[in-house]
Ligand binder design. Structure first.
Ligand code: COA
Length: 164
């Protein structure tokens, strides 16, 4: 499947930065599989079903976007699906080191899968899922940083603190 890329991550929750990478990825690939890496040892704020739902809500009725969960190695999942390309976003220099390590390890594991990178748009380079959660937990406004359905779910999970 040459015109398909997989976009893996924890997406806890999906942010507008992730959405931007998927949307721009769709200018290059016919289809993108957004793949939630399920790590039983990692505590997440949103469970697998919620994370799938939030990603689906971010791309309503777009048949080019598929949302899946996977466990185990990303390259093994790619091989099972016949996917050859991993898409990742690069926000800043600090991302480079981890991404370089991840892509190199994946290459070491298999030469059937390669990685390509897109620079995150400048309006999103500072956004991360944990920062978004922290802002909401402290009563801040994340409008424009996450898709609207995600903002509503965050507010339901972390109601605004009473003003003192
Ligand atoms: N815009 C906004 N935020 C972004 C972003 C973007 N374009 N790209 C990444 N981020 C943020 C995420 O929100 C997340 O923020 P947080 O740390 O505050 O939660 C952070 O960057 C890292 O997120 P993510 O891209 O999801 O990376 P990850 O480290 O959680 O996931 C996997 C990396 C899932 C790709 C990797 O662990 C994996 O492949 N796991 C499967 C097992 C495997 O094969 N391991 C590799 C062996 S080498």
């Amino acid at each position: 499947m040459r015109n398909v890329a997989i976009y893996p991550g924890s997406f806890d929750p999906i942010t507008c930065g992730h959405v931007d990478i998927v949307q721009r990825g769709l200018n290059v690939f016919d289809r993108i599989v957004v793949a939630i890496a399920v790590n039983p040892r990692k505590q997440t704020t949103f469970d697998d079903d919620e994370r799938v739902a939030m990603i689906c809500e971010a791309f309503p009725d777009d048949p080019r976007v598929e949302v899946v969960c996977f466990t185990g190695l990303l390259v093994d999942y790619c091989r099972r699906r016949g996917i050859k390309t991993v898409l990742r976003g690069l926000r800043a220099l600090s991302d480079f080191e981890f991404e370089f390590q991840l892509a190199s390890m994946n290459r070491r594991l298999t030469d059937e899968v390669d990685s390509i990178f897109m620079m995150t748009s400048d309006e999103h380079f500072f956004v991360s899922s944990s920062l978004v959660r922290e802002v909401v937990q402290n009563g801040g406004d994340v409008t424009g940083l996450v898709p609207e359905p995600v903002r509503r779910r965050l507010l339901a999970r972390f109601p605004p603190p009473p003003v003192t």
